[in-house]
Each structure stands twice: as structure tokens, then as C-alpha cells.
Design a protein around this ligand. Structure first.
Ligand SMILES: N[C@@H](CCC(=O)N[C@@H](CSC=O)C(=O)NCC(=O)O)C(=O)O
Length: 278
């Protein structure tokens, strides 16, 4: 295992660290950030919250802007934030911000030229937790959360793999990607034109058909400029009502799509996950 430590910062008694490593799933060098709470210094193993970021983000946005370390330190919870796509000179890209590098959509691409590296679903579900659990003092208790494109990724991963996660939460998720411009553009490129293949990556479709449940929390700002066109939380709410899914969806007055919104409510999300991670 070649794991290169790129950076270390002490934070709230614990450590924020950044690493790179060669990834089998992505076929390139991937980066992630990890927050290790102070409890690990006492030889304690801690559970892990995986955080998936949104379009244009890297492993850095959440760690720098969300203000999550203080409560993670109190709860004894590690947080792992992977990059949002494969990257590199030989990795396919697109000039737009919502396709290609920085916009992996947490799918396994099947279409050229994306299928060689864009396997973020496998990376986040399998490769990254296996690496984290073999190298760091963590348990195999995992929860998952994310924002926007990352909220879509977190919901899809938990809905398809309920045995792998204790809880799931999302800020402003792309809730019904088969019915919004961001989702249709990305899924056409990564998965092809056959829309029957898209539903495996649509949280609202998956939640409507779910039979095995993971406690779910979603927060959405009502002043979010992407709300009407891209996010469709009402589709998630309808799906939960049909399947009886344990979803709490909060509409927050005046909040937009930014990390100011995430920072305002991240403590509630961390405490929510803390209840299920033990
Ligand atoms: N046109 C904008 C869009 C980028 C943007 O708003 N990114 C969000 C996530 S949107 C959905 O996935 C984000 O988290 N940005 C990073 C941040 O630190 O705020 C643009 O190109 O900037």
C-alpha cells in the first residue's frame, strides 16, 4: 500500500491529514482527507463518516469550510472526504464544470472516454473503506453524507448498500438526477443514452422501491438558487411516503446552496450520525 501523506494539521485536539494513493478502481492517483479525533491517541478505534462533496470540489472544501472538526472531536468520529473524481493529464475531462474532473457523480461509467477512470461508485463503496480500515485506527462502523452531487452520491450508496452504512444524510442533494439538467447531462455521458440504466443511480427511484432502510436526514435551503431546476427534494419526500422510508427532510428558510448553509447545520448531522455509529 503506497499511501503518501501530503499534509497534517492539528485541529481540536485531533488531526486533519491529506493523502494520495494509487487507486485500482480509478486507475490513477486519488486524494482524500481524513479527520482523526483526539480519541485515537488513546488507542481507541473510532467509527467513520464518509463525506462526499459536490461539483467543482476536492478533498479540501468540506474540511476547510464546514466547521465539522469540533463536534467530530467531541463525538470521537473520524471523517473521510475523498476527491470528487479521478484526476490527471491522462484522465478524460470536459471544459464544463459539471462534467469530467471534479464532477464524477459517484457512478461507474460505462461509456467512452469515461469508463477507464470514472469508477467513483466502486471507489467510495469498496476501495476507500478497505484502505481506511486497514491503515487507520477505525472500526467498520460507517455512515455517509454529502452535499449536492455528493448528497446524491451518499443517498445512492446507502440506498443500494444498506448493510454497509449505519445512517445517511445530505445537504441540498440532487435528489432525482434522471429528471434534472445536471443529472441528465452526466448520466448521458457516463452511462449512455439508455435511461433504463440511470435508475440505479437515482435516489428517488431507489427510495421508492427500498425494502431495507437506513436512517436518513436531508436538509434543504429554500433560498437555494439550484432548488427548482436541479434538486427536487419533493421527489425524495414522495418516494419516502410510498416506501415508508425513515426520512427526515428539513426545509430551512433563507439558506442557499453554499457551505454557509452546511456549516450552520453540520452539527445536527454529525450528532444524527453519532446516534447510529455508537
Ligand atoms: N457554477 C458554479 C457551480 C459550482 C458549485 O456551486 N459547486 C458547489 C456544489 S454544487 C453541486 O454539486 C460547491 O460545493 N462548491 C464549492 C464550494 O466550496 O462552495 C461554479 O462553477 O462555481
Amino acid at each position: 500500500m503506497t499511501l503518501e501523506n501530503l499534509n497534517s494539521n492539528k485541529s481540536f485536539g485531533g488531526w486533519h491529514k491529506q493523502y494520495s494513493h494509487p487507486s485500482d478502481s480509478a486507475g490513477c492517483v486519488m486524494r482524500f482527507a481524513i479527520y482523526l479525533p483526539p480519541q485515537v491517541a488513546n488507542g481507541q478505534k473510532v467509527p467513520v463518516l464518509y463525506w462526499l462533496s459536490g461539483l467543482t470540489c476536492t478533498d479540501e472544501n468540506f474540511m476547510q469550510k464546514a466547521g465539522a472538526h469540533r463536534v467530530a472531536a467531541e463525538l470521537g468520529m473520524a471523517i473521510v472526504a475523498p476527491d470528487t473524481s479521478p484526476r490527471g493529464e491522462d484522465v478524460a475531462d470536459n471544459e464544463s464544470y459539471d462534467l469530467g474532473q471534479g464532477a464524477g457523480f459517484y457512478v461507474n461509467a460505462t461509456e467512452s472516454p469515461w469508463e477507464r477512470h470514472y469508477r467513483m461508485y466502486d471507489y467510495v463503496l469498496n476501495e476507500l473503506p478497505a484502505l481506511i480500515e486497514s491503515v487507520f485506527p477505525v472500526t467498520d462502523q460507517r455512515s455517509i453524507a454529502g452535499h449536492s452531487m455528493g448528497g446524491h452520491g451518499a443517498l445512492v450508496l446507502a440506498l443500494r448498500n444498506p448493510e454497509r452504512y449505519q445512517s445517511v444524510s445530505a445537504f441540498s442533494p440532487i435528489s432525482n438526477p434522471v429528471n434534472c439538467p445536471w443529472g441528465r447531462k452526466a448520466f448521458t455521458a457516463y452511462l449512455g443514452r439508455d435511461t433504463a440504466r440511470w435508475v440505479d443511480y437515482d435516489a428517488s427511484v431507489l427510495m421508492r422501491e427500498a425494502r431495507q432502510f437506513v436512517p436518513a436526514l436531508v436538509d434543504q435551503g429554500d433560498a437555494d438558487s439550484f432548488l427548482a431546476e436541479q434538486l427536487h427534494p419533493e421527489a425524495l419526500e414522495t418516494a419516502a411516503a410510498i416506501s415508508g422510508y425513515p426520512l427526515t427532510l428539513n426545509l430551512r428558510e433563507g439558506y442557499d446552496h453554499s457551505y454557509y448553509f452546511i456549516a450552520s447545520f453540520i452539527e445536527e448531522h454529525l450528532r444524527f450520525h453519532g446516534r447510529y455509529l455508537g
